[in-house]
Design a protein. Structure first.
Length: 151
């Protein structure tokens, strides 16, 4: 698929904690609205936490070989753990953790915008602070084709 300003790839960026259904519910809703989602990017903290690990496994099973089984369509799944300078964040407890989260979200969204993508940011899952940092970064970067959603 060729991407242009008039036909950008639409990407769903979703924050997630221990419940994978937040991501699939948002995706299903967007698809039902007629959105052509090409990729889902799931952002999380605490990659070693049992609930997060289980949620990530559930998501992976929904997207075998970059194919969203429920909707029977090709949609790429990317999973990203929020990182500070050294390692994945286990939680957002300190001011430094919050700053690392903001920097991570800003860099991710800026990179996607620089590539010309249209974005749907869903902040319904995961730590509230992660959602707030993602929304803050989106305020600085998003244009008329992009949306922040709480589903």
């Amino acid at each position: 698929m060729i991407m242009s300003e008039s036909n950008p790839l639409r990407i769903l960026v979703a924050t997630m904690g221990g419940q994978s259904q937040v991501v699939t519910l948002a995706l299903d809703w967007l698809l039902a609205q007629g959105e052509e989602i090409a990729q889902v990017i799931v952002v999380h903290v605490a990659p070693q936490a049992p609930r997060t690990h289980k949620a990530l496994e559930q998501l992976a099973s929904e997207f075998p070989r970059d194919h969203y089984a429920f909707a029977n369509r090709a949609i790429r799944l990317r999973v990203l753990s929020v990182r500070d300078a050294n390692a994945p964040l286990q939680d957002i407890r300190t001011e430094a953790d919050a700053e690392a989260t903001w920097q991570f979200m800003y860099r991710l969204l800026a990179e996607l915008k620089q590539q010309g993508h249209a974005l749907d940011l869903v902040v319904a899952g995961g730590r509230r602070m992660m959602g707030l940092m993602a929304q803050s970064a989106a305020l600085l970067l998003f244009g008329h084709r992009d949306r922040v959603r709480r589903i």
